[in-house]
Write a protein that binds this ligand. Structure first.
Ligand code: SF4
Length: 94
């Protein structure tokens, strides 16, 4: 299962994870459509290679391996599945 960005990202949207990701699968980046309107960043679950490089650089410890994430971490954005679907949708929109 891909890594997932959880609720602590809301209102933070630090881009350290974007810079650390070797496959460029975290969206929306600062220069992508929707960045200003989106409360947090999302990982494209199809492109994520589960390397974990984004985890230690996040200043608010918002990124987890999907299997390790408690549902409560998504109380502001819905379920883990909602977050995964949002990441895939943003990636498709470019
Ligand atoms: Fe990118 Fe690796 Fe984080 Fe997946 S786990 S979002 S590939 S840095």
């Amino acid at each position: 299962m891909a890594y997932v960005i959880a609720e602590p990202c809301i209102g933070t949207k630090d881009s350290a994870c974007v810079d650390a990701c070797p496959v460029d699968c975290i969206h929306p980046k600062k220069d992508e459509a929707g960045h200003g309107e989106t409360d947090q960043l999302f990982i494209d679950p199809v492109e994520c290679i589960d390397c974990g490089a984004c985890v230690p650089v996040c200043p608010v410890s918002a990124i987890y391996a999907g299997d390790d994430l408690p549902e409560v971490a998504f109380y502001n954005v819905g379920t883990i599945d909602d977050a995964i679907a949002k990441g895939a949708k943003l990636a498709a929109e470019g």
